[in-house]
Design a protein around this ligand. Structure first.
Ligand SMILES: [Zn+2]
Ligand SMILES: [Zn+2]
Length: 425
């Protein structure tokens, strides 16, 4: 068996004291925290070469980490070894009489398989084995930050993590036998979708949409299979940006998977704008619909995502297709919602298009592959037909906000068939 040290987990009682040592005194860099809701733990990773230290902070009194710290005090909690074949490793351990906490490997974060070995067999140390799945390595790579240049403008595709929606709803009238070849469904018939906000840097710094954010409770996160171990804070930081660097936040529409990240909840429970210096731009018709929902669209609009923006006086509503900053203009598509808009980014003779839910993934390229969620599907069809032709003719760089693997690509037509060629960043 070959094993590589993945990380060392350290149970922490007082996070600020731990940061004073690891970050300030040792001078190490700490990544944005990741919440593991099921374990009621917040993990702070510190890269050290190929491996990491993981500071583990309890988020509730009944967290396993809280119990550990109560009985043994803070300190080394576990070590994690990465193996190629976790089933073979467990079989070998079993045959040698090792005591296992997990007799079978179970799913861990990001699609990995994990299993714990009892400390009594490992000479007093809790050992975790971990096998990174092929799929998780794909997802991890594709949640990476990718950069593109369009003339004078720099475009940076970020990722707020993944969520899951009913596959049938995502493809409308297309039968499952067809769509599942492009988007495999989980046991609950859901498909994996990414959330990819786009930063545009030019005269000013803009972000288009902002993902789901972290205001959802456990029930919400379970229904939508939210996986945000790596989210917008991580990818923003990786792009060299902080929330305070954003001047303009532009909304394609106000559904929760696009506007959730517009606001954040403070410790007091108050919801405030997440980008402290930004003006938020939305379409007036979309705003009116979001603030006056009906039975069909009510579940998609969460007032906490956008009402606090008006309360804070940072909301700017636009009525028509227009330029929002030099090189960036909005165009109404309708279809998905009456006032859903796409964003065209033009500079130096090149054009990029951020099409949002007009074509949420590359699998939605086919003209009939239209979301069941769309309020006006025939308007989607007309807007998509016109857009696809334009994208092919002008060789646009097209951003797919929800595609789990392809952040951006070109649409090509060959022998009457359309396909997406992923763009190299
Ligand atoms: Zn939507
Ligand atoms: Zn969406």
């Amino acid at each position: 068996m070959k094993a590589v040290l993945d990380h060392v987990g350290i149970a922490v009682k007082d996070l600020s004291a731990a940061l004073a040592f690891y970050r300030d005194a040792l001078g190490l860099e700490i990544e944005a925290p990741e919440d593991v809701a099921a374990q009621r733990v917040r993990a702070h990773f510190i890269p050290v070469g190929e491996a990491s230290l993981e500071l583990l902070e309890a988020t509730a009194p009944d967290s396993p980490i809280a119990r550990y710290v109560d009985t043994r005090g803070p300190g080394l909690h576990h070590i994690t070894l990465r193996v190629d074949d976790i089933h073979a490793a467990l079989a070998q351990l079993r045959s040698r009489g090792a005591r296992l906490i997990d007799d079978q490997a179970r799913p861990g974060a990001e699609g990995a398989l994990v299993a714990f070995i009892h400390p009594s067999s490992a000479h007093g140390v809790l050992v975790e084995l971990k096998q990174i799945s092929h799929q998780s390595s794909v997802l991890r790579r594709e949640s990476a930050v990718t950069r593109y240049r369009v003339g004078e403008l720099e475009l940076i595709s970020l990722c707020d993590g993944f969520f899951h929606l009913d596959g049938g709803s995502m493809f409308g009238t297309v039968p499952k036998v067809l769509w599942e070849q492009k988007a495999p469904a989980d046991a609950r018939n859901r498909i994996t979708l990414a959330m990819r906000p786009l930063v545009v840097r030019g005269a000013r710094t803009m972000i288009i949409d902002a993902g789901l954010g972290d205001k959802g409770n456990d029930k919400f996160n379970d229904i939508y299979g939210v996986e945000r171990t790596r989210h917008l804070d991580h990818t923003l930081a990786e792009a060299g940006l902080a929330p305070g660097d954003i001047d303009i936040v532009l909304a394609t529409h106000l559904h929760f998977d696009h506007a959730g990240g517009f606001t954040r909840r403070e410790a007091s429970g108050r919801i405030v704008p997440r980008f402290p210096r930004a003006q938020y731009v939305a379409r007036r018709g979309e705003w009116d619909d979001a603030t006056h929902p009906h039975e069909r669209n009510r579940a998609s609009y969460l007032p906490g995502d956008f009402v606090p923006l008006a309360d804070a006086g940072v909301l700017q509503l636009v009525d028509d297709d227009q330029t929002i900053m030099p090189g960036v203009r909005v165009r109404r598509t309708g279809g998905h919602t009456m006032h859903h808009q796409m964003v065209l980014i033009e500079s130096g003779g090149r054009t990029a298009a951020f099409v949002a839910d007009l074509m949420p993934t590359a699998a939605h390229l086919g003209l009939a592959w239209i979301l069941g969620y769309d309020l006006y599907p025939m308007d989607t069809l007309a807007a998509k037909k016109a857009f696809v032709k334009e994208a092919v003719d002008r060789d646009m760089l097209v951003f797919f906000e929800h595609d789990p693997a392809i952040a951006a690509g070109s649409i090509r037509e060959q022998d009457g068939k359309l396909r997406v060629v992923p763009a190299l960043s």
